[in-house]
Design a protein around this ligand. Structure first.
Ligand SMILES: Cc1cc2nc3c(=O)[nH]c(=O)nc-3n(C[C@H](O)[C@H](O)[C@H](O)COP(=O)(O)OP(=O)(O)OC[C@H]3O[C@@H](n4cnc5c(N)ncnc54)[C@H](O)[C@@H]3O)c2cc1C
Length: 490
């Protein structure tokens, strides 16, 4: 910390002590260490100060003080992000929204819920279920991740194939802008005149300000849900079956693929009873009116058969449904059964490229001697390759990181992207130039400059080289760089 930044932090603290109750300010270094990382624990930075806000007004007061003293701030929800998006700033303030946890309204009559940013994703559905509704975006972390984090990451989940990502389920947001002003973006009306500033904010990873309240769209619970499991000899066949199902006009609520390694891990962890010897399985969920679901189930069965399905099983009740999902839901953690360490990668490709990309990934994996397990949202083409390694072996971490990067290159080559749903954060900023030209990156940052000319909101994230709006060089000095202790280990 330079003398100048240390003085700025001292002045900021004096202001915040006058404006906020003492219990909101965390100054003790050991306590601050608790917030040094998000779900990507390989990146760690002790925040300069942590503020545990109780109200939106306290968020605004904190951000206004940051603006006054030119101190950067980072928003944090539940800290489950996997790309280092909530990685703190060493000379900045971490604004933690987890105490803002009131679900203000559930209005089934007009399919709306109004939630604080710290409300847990699943809490919204639990409150809406008795009225026949739920909140559709369902990241696998939905038992712990927050609405604010979902908005900032435009999070997806298994059912986003049919129901879309968070962006389609947020109607308006109350936001504290980087100069500390409280504004509303979007309206409850279906279409409003003017630029879509709400659209710009959703997915902006905390770089345009802090969301303090969200009006969410609720979705009607379907009349019927059927979940099935289809076993195939290879991911090629499973991928082709996926494309054929969607090309036939059936839009399942979810289609998830697991390859042989992922199945092996899930079997070891939870004995999920997936087809023996299968090279890949599809978990397919259909929902909607009962007659439609019955018809679609037969069509899906037929298409799976035509694409070499060796075993097809449809659940008949909730218990059997849960049994089918058990393997898929435990898969990430289960990989620990077959490898001491692994990197969770996240990329996306057009669905029809899946067989090619998986084949190429297999080739890279064999050539480099690095195993890759695959569990992913096949319907969206959203890949989550798990790159397995043993950090205790010489050079293994570096090889795994190299393979991980090569997989992202593959995604780009096939017209996809370096992130499907986990965001860019601090981790993938370095990959952005592989996908975008300098001009592209400059143009994107013009949006940021309009919201945040002083570059205080979550600096060092998304963009490898911060540009324009008269940024001062200190924004990227060495002390701001995260400490990277090898790849992520789960
Ligand atoms: C086991 C596991 C499974 C996961 N599965 C999925 C999945 O299926 N799909 C998926 O999309 N993601 C998934 N994730 C990633 C993560 O859970 C999501 O990105 C989630 O939305 C992050 O929410 P959070 O509250 O933890 O946010 P955090 O990690 O706290 O923050 C994430 C980003 O949001 C910003 N932010 C947080 N709150 C606000 C706010 N109020 N205003 C502005 N910016 C804010 C932060 O600055 C940061 O950039 C998974 C993570 C884990 C650990």
């Amino acid at each position: 910390m330079t003398q100048q930044t240390s003085q700025a932090m001292d002045d900021l603290l004096t202001d915040l002590r006058a404006a906020l109750p003492p219990h909101t300010l965390v100054t003790d270094p050991t306590e601050r260490d608790t917030y040094a990382c998000d779900g990507l624990a390989a990146y760690r930075v002790r925040p300069g100060l942590v503020v545990l806000v109780d109200t939106a007004e306290q968020v605004a007061a904190t951000v206004r003080a940051c603006a006054r003293h030119h101190v950067p701030f980072v928003a944090r929800g539940s800290g489950t992000g996997l790309s280092g998006g909530a990685l703190p700033h060493a000379d900045g303030v971490l604004v933690v929204t987890s105490r803002l946890r009131t679900l203000h309204e559930v209005r089934p009559q007009d399919q709306r819920a109004v939630a604080d940013p710290g409300v847990i994703n699943l809490q919204v559905s639990k409150a809406a279920n008795p009225h026949g509704y739920y909140f559709a975006p369902d990241p696998s972390s939905q038992q712990i991740c927050s609405i604010g984090g979902n908005v900032a990451e435009n999070s997806g989940g298994a059912h986003c194939l049919k129901y879309g990502f968070t962006a389609g389920h947020v109607l308006s947001l109350e936001v504290v802008t980087p100069d500390g002003e409280q504004v509303t973006l979007g309206t409850e009306a279906p279409d409003a005149p003017g630029y879509d500033l709400l659209g710009a904010f959703v997915g902006s990873e905390g770089t345009l300000g802090i969301a303090t309240r969200a009006t969410l769209r609720l979705t009607r619970m379907p009349e019927d849900v059927r979940t099935c499991l289809a076993g195939f000899a290879s991911t090629d066949e499973a991928g082709s079956a996926t494309s054929a199902i969607i090309a036939a006009g059936v839009v399942p609520a979810a289609i998830e693929i697991m390859d042989a390694l992922a199945i092996e891990a899930a079997e070891k962890a939870v004995s999920c009873g997936y087809p023996e010897g299968a090279g890949a399985v599809l978990v397919i969920e259909l929902d909607g009116p009962e007659v439609e679901v019955a018809h679609e189930l037969e069509r899906v069965r037929q298409l799976c058969d035509e694409h070499g399905c060796s075993e097809f099983r449809a659940a008949t009740d909730a218990a059997e449904r849960a049994e089918i999902w058990k393997g898929r839901k435990s898969a990430f953690a289960a990989v620990g059964r077959i490898s001491p360490d692994y990197i969770v990668q996240d990329g996306v490709v057009p669905r029809t490229s899946l067989p090619d990309v998986l084949r190429e990934m297999g080739r890279i994996s064999r050539e480099r001697g690095v195993r890759v397990a695959n569990v992913f949202h096949a319907g969206d083409g959203n890949l989550h390759p798990l790159v397995l390694f043993d950090a205790s072996q010489n050079g293994a971490t570096e090889r795994a990181e190299e393979v991980s990067g090569m997989i992202l290159d593959l995604c780009i080559e096939h017209g996809g992207s370096i992130t499907g749903e986990h965001g860019v954060g601090a981790d993938k900023a370095r990959y952005m130039p592989r996908m975008f030209s300098e001009e592209d990156l400059d143009t994107m940052q013009l949006v940021r400059c309009a919201f945040d000319p002083a570059h205080l909101a979550n600096p060092g994230k998304i963009y490898p080289t911060p540009r324009m709006c008269g940024e001062r060089p200190r924004v990227v000095h060495a002390a701001d760089e995260p400490v990277v202790a090898g790849a992520e280990v789960f």
